[in-house]
Design a protein around this ligand. Structure first.
Ligand code: INI
Length: 158
């Protein structure tokens, strides 16, 4: 039997602080993603005053706001929440790819976990299906991801 014990995070990092950046585009959906994230945090005992909520115009702006927050020094992880719904032009592809690329770049350049809670869907129904009051909610998934990554980093730093 292997003697290796994997190092992995849990959902209750000590004294952690979070920022949630929410895009206003498709606001009905992104507000539901925010509610999902807040539900997940509350379930894990994260106090409201450990969470900052910041709004930006659209998904394209999420990476820059995440970078700004990461650089404040008062946050341990950022959640980027947005919703891009396919339209009839290539605009969708540009917004999606720049948002995803940017979020990844911010995580790597700042060294901070940035959870990618951005829906990229073909239609409104798909977005509703992934932002409801259940475990499919991608905001909830992003919060759990951020909690786990902060906990993991705390262990790796100790
Ligand atoms: N932003 C979104 O978050 N979702 C969308 O579906 C969307 N569409 O379809 O255009 C969108 N566009 C705005 C974009 O994110 C920027 O805010 C805008 O281009 C200004 O930089």
């Amino acid at each position: 039997m292997s003697e290796f014990r994997p190092i992995e995070g849990n959902f209750q990092p000590a004294g952690a602080r979070f920022a949630i950046v929410v895009a206003r585009w498709n606001g009905e959906i992104t507000e539901s993603l925010l509610q999902g994230a807040l539900r997940a945090f509350a379930r894990q005992g994260i106090a409201d005053d450990s969470i900052e909520v910041v709004r930006v115009p659209g998904a394209f702006e999420l990476p820059l706001a995440a970078k700004k927050l990461a650089e404040t020094g008062r946050i341990d992880a950022v959640l980027a929440l947005g919703c891009v719904i396919r339209g009839g032009t290539p605009h969708f592809d540009y917004v999606c790819s720049e948002c995803a690329r940017g979020v990844g770049e911010v995580a790597l350049t700042t060294g901070m976990p940035i959870a990618f809670g951005v829906l990229t869907t073909d239609n409104l129904q798909q977005a509703k299906d992934r932002s409801g009051d259940n475990e499919e909610n991608k905001g909830e998934e992003a919060a759990l991801c951020a909690l786990e990554m902060v906990s993991l980093f705390q262990q790796l730093n100790s």
